[in-house]
Design a binder for this molecule. Structure first.
Ligand SMILES: *Cc1c(COP(=O)(O)O)cnc(C)c1O
Length: 332
């Protein structure tokens, strides 16, 4: 396989289930909806970062690292999965959390993912919003190295070509599951943030020469910024897989209309999507990523941009571990 030349540690429960969302589809009077349950990857409540960490921690161990360092927003799911991966592999973990979301409630820096980071043994550091987090991580790595440690720095969201390999492999898993069940999917929809998920999926589909449109619902940046970032990472990931043709720019499609007031801040449509998914399907989304992606999907169905005759695969990227930090917005 294309992937076997890259070191990988098994951290995720794979394959994740692919399930129908019959009640939600009926409720929306819309397309047939399926969900890829990447919230069920299993590592300390799971989520999409676990697939990336299989390759990132694989590389860290191959390089002889004894410490993982990573960065994220305060309620980062990536940081929590990194802390758990480090614990699983007997590595130290230090994490830098950026105060990126304004006006947060009192418990925001203790509950949800932060509680789980600490429970998994990570050393937690906070930084002000807007600082160069990767530079901060490199600086910390330098200090730890001077003390004789062997740190490995993972970028925000695990989104570099090595991490995105996890989602290229997920594309193979998805295409395999669909083929096995003889399901034809018209499009894949998911939340896009640090870009590794979408870039990896596109690189994997490109490697298989499978043309399923992938729509990223933005959770932070505007389209004009997100598209080139996704495209660049998709190309670099495809290069790792030995692609002989370029990833076309047109395959990168995102919709930035559902970000609302900004990253990590809820919108009424997100709260509605969270409630619908929970009440129709018992499916827990989150206010920062998967709930915004579902709000986008619902809106596209209601405006007719996604016709009722289609079959849509929603990739549930996880995030419910952050729910306690959003108690006020969701109290109902
Ligand atoms: C990180 C994250 C995403 C976004 O994935 P990227 O690879 O960063 O674009 C989506 N959903 C959840 C729950 C996440 O934690």
């Amino acid at each position: 396989m294309l992937f076997s030349r890259y070191p990988r540690v098994r951290l995720a429960h794979l394959p994740t289930p692919l399930e129908p969302l019959e009640r939600l589809s009926a409720r929306l009077g819309g397309p047939r909806l399926l969900v890829k349950r990447d919230d069920c990857t299993g590592l300390a409540t799971g989520g999409n970062k676990t697939r990336k960490l299989e390759f990132l921690v694989g590389e860290a161990l191959a390089q002889g690292a004894d410490t993982l360092i990573t960065v994220g927003a305060v309620q980062s799911n990536h940081v929590r999965q990194t802390a758990a991966a480090a614990a699983r592999c007997g590595l130290h973990c230090e994490v830098l959390l950026e105060r990126r979301v304004p006006d947060t409630p009192a418990d925001y820096e203790r509950t949800g993912n932060v509680q789980l980071d600490r429970l998994c043994g990570a050393v937690v550091h906070f930084r002000d919003g807007g600082v160069d987090m990767l530079a901060e991580a490199e600086e910390l790595a330098g200090r730890l190295a001077a003390q004789g440690r062997r740190p490995y720095v993972i970028p925000g969201g695990g989104s570099n070509p090595v991490g995105a390999l996890g989602y290229a492999l997920a594309a193979f898993e998805i295409v395999g599951q669909l083929a096995e069940r003889e399901i034809v999917v018209d499009r894949i929809v998911h939340a896009t943030g640090s870009t590794g998920t979408q870039a990896g999926l596109l690189a994997g589909l490109h490697a298989m020469n499978v043309r399923i449109p992938v729509l990223g619902i933005c959770v932070s940046r505007p389209e004009a910024q997100q598209v080139p970032l996704v495209h660049d990472l998709a190309q670099r990931t495809a290069d790792l897989l030995g692609a002989t043709t370029p990833v076309p720019r047109e395959v990168v499609t995102v919709d930035d209309r559902f970000v609302g007031p900004g990253y990590g801040r809820t919108t009424p449509a997100t709260v509605e999507a969270l409630r619908l998914a929970a009440r129709e399907e018992g499916l827990l989304l989150d206010p920062v990523y998967s709930g915004k992606a579902m709000a986008g999907l619902i809106s596209l169905i209601r405006e007719g941009a996604i016709p009722a005759g289609e079959t849509v695969l929603f990739v549930h990227t996880g995030g419910a571990a952050a729910l306690p930090a959003y108690l006020e917005e969701l109290d109902a």
